[in-house]
Write a protein that binds this ligand. Structure first.
Ligand code: GDP
Length: 166
């Protein structure tokens, strides 16, 4: 049953360095690490479905392609980097424009929750932002594998709910 979930393409969006590759790797570790491939520019494909990542500054054709192909989106910022939190809002706007009429699962992720002393974005700010975005929210640590299962289980749950709703 778990493999069928991965006929979905989950796209990770976020600034460079926020931990997209690490999250994808951590998740692939849980699932099927062997199937993880790296493409230049921090784009990852995992399992039967794909996990790709894109940053806001990337060439617009690639960005717009990533905004088109996902069945679900994980918008990542680092809790230690306020500008990455601001980029997350930008990405949400791009995504809304690209996929206006569609009801696609989106999860906002505050990664690097292990770096407590370097925190620049509070958990309350993250939650408030997710309310505005109309999406789910979770803080993760790819380094400690904290909440990584919960994140991807949440994505799969949302995809299933939508599929069953059709
Ligand atoms: P990407 O550019 O968004 O794909 O980011 P990477 O996954 O390459 O991560 C950038 C850097 O942040 C790397 O040095 C990672 O080891 C580190 N990193 C990623 N996630 C975490 C985390 O949860 N905690 C800590 N402490 N470091 C992390």
């Amino acid at each position: 049953a778990s493999s069928s979930c991965w006929e979905h393409r989950v796209v990770l969006l976020g600034d460079p360095g926020v931990g997209k590759t690490s999250l994808a790797n951590a998740f692939a570790g849980i699932q099927e690490r062997d199937l993880l491939e790296q493409h230049g520019g921090g784009c990852c494909v995992a399992g039967r479905g794909s996990l790709s990542s894109v940053t806001p500054g990337e060439e617009s054709w690639r960005r717009s392609q990533c905004l088109q192909v996902g069945n679900a989106y994980v918008i990542v910022y680092s809790i230690t980097d306020r500008s990455s939190f601001e980029s997350a809002s930008e990405l949400r706007i791009h995504l809304r424009r690209a996929r206006q009429a569609e009801d696609i699962p989106i999860i906002l992720v505050g990664n690097k929750s292990d770096l407590v002393r370097c925190r620049e974005v509070s958990i309350e700010e993250g939650r408030a932002c997710a309310v505005v975005f109309d999406c789910k929210f979770i803080e993760t640590s790819a380094a400690l594998q904290h909440n990584v299962d919960e994140l991807f289980e949440g994505v799969v749950r949302q995809l299933r709910l939508r599929r069953e709703g059709k």
